[in-house]
Design a protein around this ligand. Structure first.
Ligand SMILES: Nc1ncnc2c1ncn2[C@@H]1O[C@H](COP(=O)(O)OP(=O)(O)O)[C@@H](O)[C@H]1O
Ligand SMILES: [Mg+2]
Length: 292
């Protein structure tokens, strides 16, 4: 009898007796780095008539860290927000093109953006704990989703996963805002993790932190790769070089007639390649500090 279970997409069904050389799951095509978790195809994001970022296509492999770098205003945050439909919350924003998560179009009519944001979490530049206890910060999402399991256990597991448990286990009732900046950011990571995402988007998560707190977060990210796919925006070249597997470099194209400044993807490649032997001279100029 046929052993396949993934018959959801008939176009991927192989003829009887045929075994594919590389086994991939439906919607998770092979990538040199592994299975594709999120893919962007000709993605353009506008704010009203303004085109913030245009024609971006790339694939984010599962359980790896993909860094987005480039000069201020090239649309990194805009693009990151498009990946979990956070742009829906900005009335003037419009996304075109296709973004697939596990092979599913996240902008399809039937898709619930709240569910997208549960599966694809976001951590922001400035740590933003709620003015609530440490416990309630982590329990917030699960409670909102009607979680009726062992909440204490979930809070502990999330804080452990974010490498914060040992520092806060005796003061879970204290305000999240009483923590240091680095601890607050790890609390925000715990809060994101608590609703069980498998992709975490991070928008310059260390830019408000001191070097030691930054190192902690970088170590945590490395550790989180086992369970999560991470896309990080960073303006810190060393950080991109240290933590990421893939690096995407964006630039700003200025329209000669209108002066409109639109972000574009220049290239995406193995981080090591980008930093030692970039394919495009604009990338090299940027990472060597000659531009941007
Ligand atoms: N909510 C918004 N409304 C209108 N324009 C925006 C909005 N957010 C960002 N922009 C513009 O879009 C462009 C890209 O911004 P952003 O994505 O923040 O770039 P980056 O994160 O690379 O610095 C910039 O020109 C910025 O001014
Ligand atoms: Mg930004």
């Amino acid at each position: 009898m046929d052993q396949r279970t993934d018959t959801a997409d008939p176009t991927t069904v192989d003829p009887p007796g045929h075994r594919p050389a590389v086994v991939t799951q439906v919607g998770r095509r092979a990538h040199p780095h592994g299975a594709v978790h999120v893919s962007l195809e000709d993605v353009t994001v506008r704010y009203g008539d303004f085109i913030a970022v245009r024609g971006v296509s790339f694939e984010v492999p599962r359980n790896e860290i993909t860094a987005l770098i480039g000069p201020s205003g090239c649309g990194k945050s805009t693009l990151l927000r498009a990946l979990n439909r956070m742009n829906d919350l900005i009335p003037s924003a419009a996304v075109s093109g296709h973004i697939h998560y596990n092979g599913e179009d996240i902008y399809a009519d039937a898709v619930d953006p709240v569910e997208v944001r549960r599966r694809i979490g976001m951590v922001f530049q400035k740590p933003n704990p709620f003015p609530k206890s440490i416990y309630d910060n982590v329990a917030f999402g699960p409670r909102l989703n009607g979680f009726d399991g062992d909440l204490d256990g979930l809070v502990e597991a999330s804080l452990r996963r974010a490498a914060l448990w040992d520092e806060v286990k005796d003061k879970l009732g204290n305000s999240g805002l009483s923590l240091s900046g680095g601890q607050q950011q790890r609390l925000c990571i715990a809060r994101a993790i608590a609703v069980d995402p498998d992709v975490i988007l991070m928008d310059e998560p260390c830019s408000a932190l001191d070097p030691i707190a930054t190192l902690r977060i970088e170590e945590l990210m490395e550790d989180m790769k086992d369970d999560y796919t991470i896309v990080i925006v960073t303006h810190n070249m060393q950080q991109a070089a240290r933590v990421s597997d893939l690096t995407a470099f964006f630039t700003v194209d200025v329209d000669d007639t209108t002066g409109m400044r639109t972000g574009e993807l220049v290239e995406i490649d193995d981080t090591e390649k980008i930093f030692t032997d970039a394919g495009d001279e604009r990338t090299e100029a940027y990472i060597t500090g000659r531009f941007g």
